[in-house]
Ligand binder design. Sequence first.
Ligand SMILES: N[C@@H]1[C@@H](O)[C@H](O)[C@@H](COP(=O)(O)O)O[C@@H]1O
Length: 291
Amino acid sequence: MRYIIRDDKAAVGKYVGEYVAKRINAHFEVTDRPFVLGCPTGSSPLDTYKTLIQIHREGRVSFKNVITFNMDEYVALPKSHPESYHSFMWNNFFSHIDIQPQNVHILNGNAPDLVEECNQYEAKIQAVGGIDLFMAGVGSDGHIAFNEPGSSLASRTRIKTLAYDTVLDNSRFFENDPLKVPRMALTVGVQTVMDAREILVIIVGQHKAHALAKCVEEGVNHMNTVSCIQLHPNALLVSDEDATSELRVRTVRYFKGIERAQEEIEKLYGLHGHKKTASNGGSPVVSSNIA
Ligand SMILES: N[C@@H]1[C@@H](O)[C@H](O)[C@@H](COP(=O)(O)O)O[C@@H]1O
């Protein structure tokens, strides 16, 4: 995996927003096929969405031909509830860009048949040719989407019961009352994320330091599902300095050194060595072996 460290949350958002815009624009240099973006909720991606909105306002990126799939949604929380992930995405991102509403996909936690809803979601992802770039945040227990500790690393979109740690973490959005936090969610699976052509994980804050250290320095483990990205050929992790606090100093130095080398490569060959020719179904080809 590649791992980029920035000073603080705002700098992470700026980096990731610029990165995603570049990926979208690079995609349309070689194909007319829609760009398929996986989207997370939570506080971690907020600065990224702000950056993307700003870039859009400056006319540097368009979402007209972008299709999105969100990672997860609470079960039985009305869509119109201010803390539903539907509300979050429209309030913080989609209402401010030129995305076509029919291109937005968010799981329906109020569907009459939740299993069917999850199966259909997987089918819809397949129907558009898979996800080009899946952005993700991470829970303090290391979960990716709502894939709580112990989730199968081969899991697909399904119903999940939330871990108590997650209920407590998310109670900050529900008047600090854990009893108001939904106990279940629909979530894409670990394998659904892994099937994306690229994964970008945002980790910010000292409370994520343990999950980050386990993800970077330890093995792949279902108790820290974000660690699955070690098995992905094209994964990028971006964190702030606070989140590095449980990493070894030498690990931090190592990845900062890699970043400097990567910058040299980008100057020579463009974004991550992506060749600007159509192949692989029109997607830019990753030719750098730095990741
Ligand atoms: N299901 C979401 C995750 O997708 C998200 O990554 C996590 C972290 O949230 P935050 O970024 O607010 O810490 O929150 C929820 O549990």
